[in-house]
Write a protein that binds this ligand. Structure first.
Ligand code: FPP
Length: 237
């Protein structure tokens, strides 16, 4: 692939959608859709390493997802714990660094402890940075950045004129991460759903009709191919 289409995206972000529909189509409970979706997560992360993609950000749990029935929230947290326990060991072997964005302070204690441990243990890894967006909402993130700058201005540490894009970005939860080059959304929906609103300003967007549990290695490679066929202009001619 790389010889014909040299530009591999540096950072891919994914809105994993359609787990519920996948389950419904099969007459299964929604949690089975999420379980099958967790398999897609494993496969896509492995494919990133195979392709040399350096950053993968996954919208695993939005701030709005807390409004789902408690049993579904519990099932999602259980899958996340299982993923972290199983993949945690593999991450150490394969050089994957774990990071999170979002209100992880709101997650169950067990999940938070797993995240903290694996994040610390994998901090020096470089092959792939896997960023899990958990209890994440982009508007809240942007408000947090504005609040932090306002506090600095009120305390006289900065003046309003000091605020530019670079300073603003440094207060986002993604500080230090490159912006996504490619944003994929599955299940055919054409919405951003409060995901990385600032960071996707120049991302190429690829909408895939398949539900997330059906989105596997070849579908991911196909989406990367579509990205490679686009001509990115960043607003210039
Ligand atoms: C959207 O499907 C998906 C989610 C709300 C969560 C994504 C979670 C996983 C893939 C599993 C666990 C995560 C990890 C990182 C192991 P939906 O329920 O909104 O589907 P629908 O729109 O068809 O109802």
């Amino acid at each position: 692939m790389s010889a014909e289409h040299p530009e591999i995206p540096w950072h891919v972000a994914i809105i994993m959608d359609g787990n519920g529909r996948w389950a419904k189509e099969r007459g299964l409970p929604r949690r089975d859709g999420h379980r099958a979706g967790a398999e897609s997560v494993r496969e896509v992360a492995d494919t990133c390493i195979e392709l040399g993609i350096r950053y993968l950000t996954l919208y695993a749990f939005s701030s709005e997802n807390w409004n789902r029935p408690p049993a579904e929230v519990e099932a999602l947290m259980g899958l996340l714990d299982r993923f972290l326990i199983e993949k945690g060991a593999d991450m150490k072997k394969r050089g994957i660094r774990l990071q999170t964005i979002g209100r992880t302070d709101l997650l169950p204690d067990k999940t938070r402890a797993l995240i903290e441990r694996i994040t610390a243990e994998t901090a020096g890894h470089a092959a792939l940075t896997l960023v899990l967006a958990l209890s994440y909402g982009a508007r809240e993130e942007i408000v947090g950045a504005a609040r932090s700058l306002a506090a600095d201005a009120a305390a006289g540490r900065i003046t309003p004129d000091d605020i530019d894009c670079r300073l603003f970005e440094s207060r986002l939860q993604t500080a230090g991460l490159p912006d996504p080059d490619l944003l994929i959304r599955t299940s055919g929906e054409m919405r951003i759903s409060n995901f990385l609103l600032w960071q996707i300003s120049y991302a190429e967007i690829v909408i895939v009709r398949k539900n997330w549990p059906d989105f596997r290695r070849n579908d991911f490679i196909e989406a990367v191919r579509e990205y490679q066929q686009r001509h990115r202009r960043f607003g210039a001619l």
